[in-house]
Write a protein that binds this ligand. Structure first.
Ligand SMILES: C[S@@+](CC[C@H](N)C(=O)[O-])C[C@H]1O[C@@H](n2cnc3c(N)ncnc32)[C@H](O)[C@@H]1O
Ligand code: SF4
Length: 451
């Protein structure tokens, strides 16, 4: 209890801080950095370096109340097909600007629900991407899958296109919790999806769970974890429920009175984490677990884990090209986000311009802080000597701030002049600790809770 009191005193239950899937965060992007910036960044790519590609499919047949992702509901395929035409047009615009010979080292389809696409559209999208971004021999292809919105034919089509990683949404298996978040998903349907994925040869399976949901109890989350473990997942994401009804209007349907309190929420996370640890999974960063042989676990063990817009990754490509509405691209020079609303995105593409609507040009100081924050989020520490070797002598300029950080978060953070370490018992504070290096905390932006 004393430990929890210490975490509480340091602000764990009160703080609202970014998740740092980028630094600076998207909240500070500006319309001054747009398609023209992207034009230059694309032209400057070195064809010897493979790029990562992210494609966003912002459609779902059901709209779960808890979900904060950028997506819209549709009961027909009409809007999806029309969107696919815009994606093809965006790919053509990118092709005009890419230097000859750029190849794709990693492809991710996210959403929304990419598995809303029937097999013919899966093949059409995959072919369109390949035509612009020829894959490297070792290209990874991962897809976010809603088990209630997929069947064997879709899985076969995705596997035929090279999908070797799948991420399935689960959240919680309890009926009352599922009703309270507007997402019904029987265990049997999920298990059938897992079996189909394994039968199709998908080697790596991730499952998404969420703690802090309405009506979730320790017994219920324990039951969910036990059920998930029967799938022998290679990776598990255990996200804290981000209740942000001001940004995600459908969350107004969530009964706030049924949400677990601070301490209960913390205990749910610790219980689930303990069970994954006992089952032999390694803890990765603030919210992931992985089988020790999995490359995420290997990256965490060797200090090569990275963090990008999709969360923890082994992807070290300097460039990530985001395609589709709301997608964010990361170039060595900065970030560009496509127009968020699907209609606005389609309009820009129809006008023959890239869809970048806002972004951020990174200064040298930002690049240094971005890397330092990434180290804290991935490794629960950082080494100024390593940072100096990677980023240059200006890395040492962070030393006074790191000393203050250690003082502010004692006894959980230590700094010996070169190395920062966050002790295991203080790792729940990592986002708060990272936030002390953030020079771009915008006024009036409301983030989700730190715990
Ligand atoms: C694009 S969604 C899931 C993909 C697929 N549409 C599905 O429903 O299975 C990605 C993940 O984000 C997480 N997520 C969405 N909204 C969240 C929220 N408000 N708080 C925490 N995690 C959230 C969920 O775990 C979800 O599975
Ligand atoms: S959780 Fe998945 S299916 Fe549900 S609204 Fe979000 S993206 Fe759509």
């Amino acid at each position: 209890m004393e430990h929890i009191e210490q975490l509480k005193a340091l602000g764990l239950f009160d703080a609202r801080v970014p998740r740092y899937t980028s630094y600076p965060t998207a909240a500070v992007f500006t319309p001054r950095v747009d398609g023209a910036f992207q034009d230059r960044a694309l032209g400057a790519l070195d064809p010897r370096d493979p790029v990562s590609v992210y494609v966003h499919i912002p459609f779902c047949e059901r709209l779960c109340w808890f979900c904060a992702c950028h997506t819209q509901g549709t009961q027909t395929l009409g809007p999806v097909e029309s969107y696919l035409e815009s994606i093809e047009a965006e790919l053509a615009l990118l092709k005009e600007r890419l230097p000859e010979g750029v190849r794709m080292g990693r492809l991710h389809w996210g959403g929304g629900t990419p598995t809303i696409l029937p097999p013919p559209l899966i093949h059409r999208l995959a072919a369109a991407i390949r035509a612009v971004f020829p894959p490297t021999e070792t290209c990874e292809f991962s897809v976010e899958i809603d088990p209630t919105m997929v069947d064997r034919a879709k899985i076969t089509a995705l596997a035929a296109e090279g999908m070797n990683r799948a991420s399935i949404g689960i959240q919680d298996f309890n009926d009352e919790v599922q009703q309270a978040i507007g997402r019904l998903q029987p265990f049997d349907v999920t298990r059938a999806c897992v079996e189909d994925l394994r039968a199709a040869g998908v080697a790596s399976l991730n499952t998404d769970l969420v703690y802090g949901l309405p009506h979730q109890t320790e017994a219920r989350i324990a039951d969910t974890v036990e059920k998930v473990l029967t799938f022998a997942p290679d990776r598990v994401a255990l996200f804290g429920y981000a209740h942000v009804p001001w940004a995600s209007k459908r969350q107004k349907l969530i009964d706030e009175a049924a949400l677990p309190g601070d301490l209960a929420r913390y205990r749910l996370a610790e219980l689930a984490a303990g069970m994954f640890g006992a089952a032999g999974l390694d803890r990765i960063g603030i919210d992931h677990f992985a089988r020790p042989g999995d490359d995420l676990a290997q990256a965490a063990a060797s200090g090569t884990l990275r963090r990008n817009f999709q969360g923890y990754t082994v992807d070290s490509c300097a460039t990530l090209i985001g395609i589709g509405a709301s997608s964010i691209s990361r170039y060595p020079e900065g970030y560009v986000q496509n127009a968020t609303a699907t209609a606005a995105y389609k309009q820009r593409i129809a006008a023959g311009t890239l869809a970048g609507a806002r972004g951020y040009a990174l200064a040298e100081e930002d690049k240094l802080r971005a890397r330092a924050i990434e180290c804290l989020m991935c490794d629960f520490g950082l080494d100024l000597a390593v940072l100096e070797a990677e980023m240059g002598p200006q890395a040492r300029s962070l030393a006074p701030e790191l000393a203050k950080m250690a003082e502010a978060f004692a006894p959980f953070v230590t700094f010996d002049g070169t190395q920062v370490r966050i002790a295991p018992k203080g790792q729940a504070l990592t986002r708060l600790i990272a936030a002390t290096l953030d020079q771009h905390v915008p006024d009036g932006v409301r983030y989700s809770r730190a715990s």
